[in-house]
Design a binder for this molecule. Structure first.
Ligand code: DMJ
Length: 636
């Protein structure tokens, strides 16, 4: 800003002292050479002072006085020119007059505008200010998040985006019911929570949690659009797309969870792009991904759990062991990041996730297990807790899915998955006295005989990984998947509401039931239904559809309210209270998996699609002889 402010001053011509043009008519003719000289001297001193002020006064916050001083200089100088010294020049009277007229006119216009403003009501003024603000915001948006051209890359083979209508009328009827539930969840959010992250279906207003920061990022819209597309809810999909186009803005001062934003937003946007082919989803995914990259600026390259989208400052959750990052969070980026490199040609995404993989490969693992906590400053493990439920779950899932998504060429990922699962089976998987197979939690060398709802997804994962498992153990893993599905179904069946608790025990004569009050809730989670769906796809055993239908009925009976769907606080109570939250994953995952369970297999076949951990389908990358930027041939 210094240069432009300076130019009018430095560029100002030092007026020639000459009689006959001054605004001081009495003295004009009588100015002697010495007086002219003194006047010139004073003027030069004044200009020098202005320069001095500009160059030598300190910067930034102290700019105001400088600008003030400069303005005085500028105004005085103009005045001097218009009313005084310049007037001394010969033949300048017309110019002087027109300048004076201009100043007067400007003055009057400003006065007039001020008067008009004063006549306006408070509301009118507010509205005007708002319009101005909106205009500025729009301009900023255009500058900041305007579509950047991306390199043209071949669209991966997108197959099976068909209707998937089942041939059996009774199955079709069930699928229609699930579609209707999706419509109720969406319409309610549309009516009461539009633009907010989630919905409070009882209070009938918007809801958010700290994972999305303080901003309204429309998490439900982004998480749900691909489900709308798959279900053929075209109007609703268009509505969601329009909101994303016009309102989804990541230049906000919000501290968000890198993991949650990746799986729900980037995953959701990429899936919507691949399914619909609409460029806007790809552009938004890339814009957001750029905002997540500063989270990787740690001494080890293991990302922070949270990042501020505006400042790029990252940090970890206060509750995590010794300032650690969480395995399931930094280990659940691979699928989306590989797609980002594929779509943008920017190697950074691929390199970041491969760096994490390499770092983990070098580390010692207690009992061959991956602890849930890793300190991003020191590169050391935190507490030696291992879980296939919360804090660990999707790390294992993404190892398997990295292999599947690479068209089974990423054998390093497959090997890492196989080794991890082998250790988990050895230390964490047990059979209860009643014959139920469960996955416990490993805590410092001790197995806690408790399984979380979140861990129920592993049934589907074991089945998905069966084909390609070492030593031809496909049958074993399919069986393990079936056993986990059975146990998790029992956890639902042993409640009053026929909905599963958050965690259940296999201890002191208890089997698949929650003990503590704060583990009896059901928050519309998908994991059990997800496992039913995978098991259905691999076995076509009708019991999985039957179990899925039980869940549909229970959700519709106990979680449906006039303003959407709500979680319940106690699945063992016949009169449960609501938690008043419609989670975005209910639309992204729970209803999508249910819909797929009652569709034919040609809708999103598993040979061509890999679902991210939030149920967003991403196509298998049949790269052939294309090399991902940043990848070395040896790694593929
Ligand atoms: C989802 O956001 C994802 O599935 C995640 O991996 C863990 N679980 C929640 C829903 O329960």
């Amino acid at each position: 800003m210094t240069t432009p402010a300076l130019l009018p001053l430095s560029g100002r011509r030092i007026p020639t002292l000459s009689p006959g043009a001054s605004s001081f008519p009495h003295h004009r003719a009588t100015l002697r050479l010495s007086e002219k000289f003194i006047l010139l001297l004073i003027l030069s001193a004044f200009i020098t002072l202005c320069f001095g002020a500009f160059f030598f006064l300190p910067d930034n916050s102290k700019h105001k006085p400088v600008i003030f001083l400069l303005s005085i200089c500028f105004i005085s100088s103009s005045l001097t020119e218009s009313e005084g010294v310049s007037g001394i020049c010969q033949g300048c009277s017309t110019k002087e007059e027109s300048l004076r007229d201009k100043i007067r006119a400007d003055h009057e216009r400003a006065l007039q505008e001020a008067k008009e403003k004063l006549r306006k009501s408070r509301e009118e003024l507010k509205a005007e200010i708002q319009t101005e603000k909106n205009k500025v915001m729009e301009d900023l948006k255009k500058k900041d998040v305007g579509p950047k051209p991306l390199p043209p890359v071949p669209m991966p083979k997108v197959v099976g985006v068909s209707d998937g209508e089942p041939p059996e009328p009774d199955v079709k009827e069930k699928r229609d019911k699930i579609r209707e539930m999706m419509k109720h969840a969406w319409d309610s959010y549309r009516q009461y929570g539009w633009g907010h992250n989630e919905l409070k279906p009882i209070a009938k207003k918007g809801h958010s949690t700290n994972i999305f920061g303080s901003s309204q990022l429309g998490a439900t819209i982004v998480d749900a659009v691909d489900t709308l597309y798959i279900m053929g809810l075209h109007e609703e999909f268009k509505d969601g797309q329009e909101w994303i186009e016009q309102n989804l803005d990541f230049s906000v001062n919000a501290e968000v969870s890198v993991f949650e934003v990746n799986i729900r937003f980037i995953g959701g946007l990429l899936a919507a792009y691949y399914l619909s082919g609409q460029e806007v989803f790809k552009l938004k995914a890339v814009q957001l991904a750029e905002k997540l990259l500063p989270a990787f600026n740690t001494p080890t390259g293991i990302p922070w759990a949270m990042v501020n989208l505006k400042s790029g400052v990252g940090r970890n959750w206060g509750w995590a062991s010794a300032g650690s990052s969480i395995l399931a969070e930094f280990g659940t980026l691979h699928m989306e990041f590989v797609h980002l490199t594929y779509l943008t040609g920017n190697p950074a995404y691929y390199q970041k996730v491969m760096h994490i993989r390499k770092l983990l490969a070098k580390m010692d693992r207690p009992n061959g297990l991956y602890p849930n906590y890793l300190n991003p400053r020191t590169g050391r493990w935190g507490q030696h807790h291992t879980s296939v439920g919360g804090l660990g779950d999707s790390f294992y899932e993404y190892l398997l899915k990295a292999w599947l998504m690479s068209d089974k060429t990423d054998t390093e990922a497959r090997k890492t998955y196989d080794d991890a699962i082998e250790a988990i089976e050895r230390h964490l998987v047990r059979k209860s006295n009643g014959g139920l197979t469960f996955i416990g939690e490993w805590k410092n060398g001790h197995l806690e005989r408790k399984m979380g709802h979140l861990a129920c997804f592993a049934g589907g994962m074991f089945a998905l990984g069966a084909d390609g498992s070492p030593d031809d153990k496909a049958g074993h893993y399919l069986q393990l998947g079936a056993e986990i599905a059975h146990t998790c179904h029992e956890s639902y069946d042993r409640t009053v509401l026929k909905l599963g608790p958050e965690a259940f025990k296999f201890d002191s004569g208890l089997e698949a039931v929650a003990v503590r009050q704060n583990e009896k809730y059901y928050i519309l989670r998908p994991e059990v239904i997800e496992t039913y769906w995978y098991m259905w796809r691999f076995t076509h055993d009708p019991k999985y559809r039957q179990w899925g239908w039980e869940a549909v009925q229970a959700i519709d009976k106990y979680c449906r309210v006039s303003g959407g769907f709500s979680g319940v606080k106690d699945v063992y109570s016949s009169n449960p209270t609501y938690d008043d939250v419609q989670q975005s994953f209910f639309l992204a995952e729970t209803l999508k998996y249910l819909y797929l369970l009652f569709s034919s297999d040609d809708l999103l076949p598993l040979e061509n699609w890999v679902f991210n951990t939030e149920a967003h389908p991403l196509p298998v990358l049949h790269l052939g002889n294309i090399t991902l930027p940043g990848s070395e041939p040896a790694q593929r």
